[in-house]
Design a protein around this ligand. Structure first.
Ligand code: SF4
Length: 289
């Protein structure tokens, strides 16, 4: 398979054929994100993408899942995305789902009708990096949209019929800022109503603005305790029912995974145990992005 640069995918897409349709992220400005710093954003020629699909057919045979890379494939012109979806479903008769990251800015550039057309053509799931529901923090980390824009992007994806998977970032406000960050985040998730929510923890990555801020003493990361308190507050405040909740990423101190609200009490008990020092946390050295 032909890939340009490092390829990232959501953890749940480990079984998917990764088809690179864009290189990098169309936004590439978030102060905490180092994923695509080595790439200059561009759209791959449609003819190359179509060739890749045929190469994948020859190499893998039939596939059931495809994830469109890189960081924001929804930014592709709608006509190109539709052509790619058509080619994928024609080439792989067993194909069940095609998924993508959806940047909020790029999502808002699509009309609700375009998003619905993409869903009907087989774009089944969108992963949205919500990060925080706090308006000031979204602006501070240069996410490209304010809180109203983020909410609108998520609601449009859900209303288009996509299986919406939202990611939020624990520790993004730094030490002392968690309560406002999490209260606003929970409120936005409750209004957006995704089916899935992943809470990841901020890992400062060299080459990013936030890493430089940390080194210069302008940003103080949360402690493990503060991170657990953020998860606890989030779990307590979420009201979406049902919500598939995961907090088991390599960056997290205490792995939690299950459906809310059914497992809320169990998660809160586990978090209280961890906060009391009764449960071992993931050691700092083994945490990663
Ligand atoms: S939109 Fe996503 S991939 Fe792009 S810079 Fe921000 S966090 Fe990174």
């Amino acid at each position: 398979m032909r890939y340009e640069g490092t390829i990232y995918r959501p953890p749940g897409e480990w079984k998917s054929y990764l088809l690179q349709v864009t290189v990098g992220c169309s936004h590439n400005a978030c102060t905490f994100c180092g994923m695509y710093k080595d790439k200059r954003y561009h759209v791959r020629p449609l003819s190359d993408v179509m060739e890749d699909i045929q190469m994948a057919r020859a190499y893998y045979g039939d596939v059931r899942r495809v994830f469109l890379c890189d960081g924001d494939a929804i930014a592709l012109p709608t006509g190109d995305l539709l052509a790619i979806l058509r080619a994928l479903y024609e080439t792989f008769p067993a194909l069940e789902r095609v998924t993508t990251y959806a940047g909020p800015e790029s999502t808002l550039e699509k009309t609700p009708e375009e998003l619905r057309t993409l869903r009907e053509a087989g774009l089944t799931r969108a992963y949205l990096g919500l990060e925080t529901g706090n308006d000031a923090l979204l602006k501070a980390v240069c996410k490209g949209v304010d809180a109203a824009g983020m909410l609108e992007a998520g609601v449009r994806l859900r209303q288009a019929g996509m299986d919406l998977w939202v990611m939020v970032l624990l520790g993004l406000a730094g030490s002392g800022g968690g309560t406002r960050h999490i209260l606003d985040t929970a409120a936005m998730v409750n209004e957006m109503r995704p089916r899935h929510l992943s809470a990841l923890s901020l890992i400062l990555q060299p080459g990013t603005v936030l890493y430089r801020d940390w080194k210069a003493g302008r940003f103080t990361p949360v402690t493990a305790r503060e991170s657990l308190e953020e998860v606890r507050l989030l779990v307590e405040k979420l009201t979406v029912d049902p919500l598939h909740f995961t907090c088991d990423h390599a960056s997290n101190y205490l792995p939690l995974k299950g459906t809310l609200p059914d497992r809320r009490e169990e998660f809160l008990t586990a978090l209280d145990g961890a906060l009391a020092g009764d449960v071992a946390l993931r050691p700092e050295w083994s945490r990663g992005v």
